[in-house]
Write a protein that binds this ligand. Structure first.
Ligand SMILES: Cc1cc2nc3c(=O)[nH]c(=O)nc-3n(C[C@H](O)[C@H](O)[C@H](O)COP(=O)(O)OP(=O)(O)OC[C@H]3O[C@@H](n4cnc5c(N)ncnc54)[C@H](O)[C@@H]3O)c2cc1C
Length: 542
C-alpha cells in the first residue's frame, strides 16, 4: 500500500526557509503546492529556525541612517574578492551579481512587507584581513533572530487565503527518489517515517530545497578542501542530521551537475553542545576578540594572531595548518562576561524573544548566565587561578601532555606585557585589530578595552578547547538564473528545480570559496522567490 498525492503544480522537498518561501510565493501566484518535510512539524524552518538571523543587504535605509553610503558595485567587488571565482564559475558569478544588485528590493523590502523587522544598527562582520572584505557593515539582524523569520513566514503560509485549497504540508515524509517519464522529472517516491508506508507524488515541477551536506560529518570529511590537508579528526556537527546530501545523489543519477562541494563554510570555534539532541552536535562560538588563540601545544597561533570579525576562512585555514587540528582560546572571566557569545537563536534568548530590556542588559553587561552555563555544563571549558593550573587542566581535558606550560606562560605574559607598556607602545596585531573594531559603535560595546589575560581583578582564567564545526555548504546543485537544474552538458533537466543551500544558494555555489556572511538566509529567500516565479511562468525581476 502506498499513499498518492497527485494534484499539485509543484512538489517542494524540504521545509526549511527555502522550502517555506517557495511555497508561500507559489500560493501568491495561485499555484497548488505539496511540501514534504523529513523532520517533525516542529522542525519546519530547518536551520533558519535556529539561525542568528543576520542578513546581507546593500544600500538599505538602515545603512543610510547609520551614515553608510553603500552601493551594489562596491558590494559586488567585495564579494568577488572573497569568492575567488575562477573562469569556469559562470553561473555562480551570475548569481552573485544577481543577489547583490537585487537583494534590497526583492529580499529586504519583501521580508519587511511580510512582517519581518530588522534591528536599527547594522553589524560589521567579515571585514577582511589582508584585503578588504565587507567595505561597509551589511549584516542586518532580524529582531527576533531566524526563529522570528520562520515564525512570521510560516504563519503567513499557513494563514494564506489560498492555503485551504492549494497547500498540503506533509511532515515525517522523506523523499528518496525521483519519478521520471520521457526524460522529465514528474514526481517523487518516498517513505512516511512515522508509519513506514511508502508514498508517491506527481506534479509539473519538483523543487529540491533539502539543504546542504553539513549534517553528515562523513560527507564533510570526504569533500574536505584539499589545500587544507587531511580533515581534522574531530569535526563537530553544526548543521542538522537531515542535511545529508541524499537528494544531491539522487539528482546526480539524472546527470545533474553538482559543483563546488569542497567549498564549505565551517567555523573555527566549535564546542560540544552541553545538551545535545544529535550526535556530536556542536555550537559555534563568536570567539572573544580579547582572548588569546593558541594551538594544541598552548602556543599562540601566528605570526598573524587569530581574531574574529575579519576573515572566517583564514581562522579555519590556520588551525588546519597545525599538526593537531583543534585549538584553545585563553581568556579570563571579565573578558568572557563582556564578549562571550554563541551564534544562533538558542543562546540569544533576549533577541530571539524580542525582550528589549533583556537585550539591552546583554548588550551593556554581557551574558553572564551564558558563561555560567558553559562553565558548568560544557566539557570544553576549564577554569583555574594560575597559568600552571590552567595548563594542567588543559592537558587533563585533552588526555595528553601536549600543552607545554612554559610555552603557554610565554604566550600569555608577552601579550600582557605589551598591554602593560601602555597604548603608545602597543605593537601587537591583535591589539591593533581590537582598536579597529572598537572604532565602530556596533562593536565597541561588546569588545573589552585592551584587557590583560592575567589580572587579579579579572579572574579566574578560562581555557576553551575549540574544534572545527561544520555549518554551511557553499556548493551544490547547479541551476541557471531561473533555478532550473542544469546537467553536466549545460542543459536544463525538465521538471527539476533547486533552491536554497541545496543549490549552493544559487548556481551551485554563488559564494565561490568565501562568504561575506548573512548571504545564506538571503540567498535562500532570493532563490525561493525566483523558483516560484519560474514555475508560474513569470519573472520576479522586471
Ligand atoms: C546556528 C546557525 C546560525 C546561522 N546563522 C545564520 C545567519 O545569521 N545568517 C545567515 O545568512 N545564515 C545563517 N545560518 C545558515 C542558514 O540558516 C542556512 O544556510 C539556511 O537556513 C538553509 O536553509 P535551507 O532551507 O536551504 O536548508 P535547511 O534549513 O537545511 O532545510 C532543509 C530541509 O529539508 C529537509 N529535508 C532534507 N532532506 C529531505 C528529504 N529527503 N525529504 C524531505 N525533506 C528533507 C530537512 O529536514 C530540512 O528541514 C545559520 C545556521 C545555523 C545552524
Amino acid at each position: 500500500m502506498s499513499n498518492s498525492f497527485n494534484s499539485a503544480d509543484a512538489i517542494i522537498i524540504g521545509g526549511g526557509i527555502a522550502g517555506i518561501v517557495s511555497a508561500l510565493e507559489l500560493l501568491n501566484l495561485d499555484k497548488k503546492v505539496i511540501l514534504f518535510e523529513r523532520g517533525l512539524e516542529s522542525d519546519l524552518g530547518g536551520l533558519a529556525k535556529v539561525s542568528f538571523g543576520g542578513m546581507f543587504f546593500v544600500d538599505t535605509p538602515i545603512q543610510r541612517r547609520g551614515g553608510i553610503k553603500d552601493s551594489p558595485k562596491l558590494a559586488y567587488d567585495d564579494w568577488c574578492r572573497v569568492a575567488h571565482f575562477n573562469e569556469n564559475d559562470h553561473y555562480p558569478k551570475l548569481w552573485a551579481k544577481h543577489y547583490v544588485y537585487h537583494c534590497k528590493n526583492y529580499v529586504f523590502e519583501w521580508l519587511k512587507k511580510e512582517g519581518v523587522k530588522f534591528f536599527p544598527v547594522v553589524h560589521w562582520v567579515e571585514r577582511g584581513l589582508f584585503r578588504p572584505g565587507n567595505s561597509y557593515p551589511r549584516f542586518h539582524l532580524i529582531w527576533g533572530t531566524g526563529h522570528e523569520l520562520v515564525r512570521v513566514l510560516l504563519k503567513n503560509l499557513r494563514e494564506h487565503p489560498k492555503a485551504g485549497s492549494n497547500l498540503t504540508i506533509k511532515c515525517q515524509h522523506k523523499v528518496e527518489e525521483f519519478i521520471v517519464q520521457d526524460n522529465r522529472i514528474v514526481g517523487v517516491n518516498g517513505v512516511d517515517t512515522n508509519t513506514d508506508q511508502a508514498f508517491r507524488a506527481e506534479a509539473k515541477a519538483v523543487v529540491i530545497a533539502s539543504g546542504g551536506i553539513g549534517g553528515s560529518i562523513k560527507r564533510v570529511k570526504e569533500n574536505w578542501y584539499k589545500p587544507w590537508g587531511d580533515p581534522p579528526e574531530t569535526i563537530l556537527n553544526g548543521s542538522h542530521p537531515f542535511a545529508d546530501g541524499l537528494l544531491h545523489d539522487e539528482a546526480e543519477k539524472y546527470n545533474a551537475k553538482i559543483t563546488h562541494m569542497d567549498k564549505m563554510w565551517p567555523y573555527a570555534a566549535g564546542v560540544h553542545h552541553p545538551r545535545p539532541k544529535n550526535k556530536d552536535e556542536g555550537l559555534s562560538l563568536v570567539p572573544p576578540k580579547s582572548a588569546l588563540w593558541l594551538n594544541y601545544k598552548g602556543e599562540r597561533i601566528g605570526p598573524m594572531p587569530l581574531i574574529t570579525a575579519y576573515d572566517t576562512r583564514f581562522l579555519v585555514e590556520q588551525i588546519c595548518k597545525q599538526e593537531k587540528k583543534y585549538s584553545w582560546q585563553v581568556l579570563n572571566r571579565k573578558i568572557a562576561d563582556k564578549e562571550f557569545a554563541i551564534s544562533g537563536a538558542e543562546f540569544n534568548q533576549a533577541i530571539r524573544d524580542k525582550k528589549i530590556v533583556g537585550f539591552l542588559k546583554t548588550l551593556l553587561f554581557g551574558n553572564k548566565e551564558l558563561v555560567d552555563d558553559m562553565l558548568a555544563n560544557c566539557v570544553d571549558f576549564v577554569v583555574a587561578d594560575s597559568i600552571e593550573e590552567l595548563g594542567h587542566k588543559m592537558n587533563e581535558l585533552s588526555g595528553d601532555n601536549d600543552v607545554d606550560i612554559a610555552i603557554l606562560k610565554e604566550a600569555i605574559t608577552s601579550y600582557d606585557d605589551n598591554i602593560e607598556r601602555g597604548p603608545k607602545f602597543y605593537n601587537d596585531e591583535q591589539l591593533r585589530r581590537i582598536a579597529h573594531t572598537r572604532r565602530y559603535s556596533g562593536d565597541k560595546i561588546r569588545t573589552s578595552k585592551f584587557q590583560k589575560i592575567v589580572d587579579e581583578k579579572a579572574g579566574p582564567l578560562i581555557a576553551i578547547r575549540e574544534f572545527i564545526v561544520s555549518r554551511k555548504t557553499l556548493g551544490g546543485i547547479q541551476t541557471d538564473l531561473q533555478c532550473k537544474v542544469m546537467d553536466n552538458e549545460g542543459n536544463t533537466i525538465p521538471g527539476l528545480y533547486s533552491t536554497g543551500e541545496a543549490a549552493g544558494f544559487g548556481g551551485g555555489g554563488m559564494h565561490g570559496r568565501g562568504a561575506l556572511e548573512g548571504t545564506f538566509l538571503g540567498g535562500c529567500v532570493f532563490t525561493a522567490r525566483i523558483v516560484a516565479h519560474t514555475i508560474a511562468d513569470k519573472s520576479l525581476i522586471e
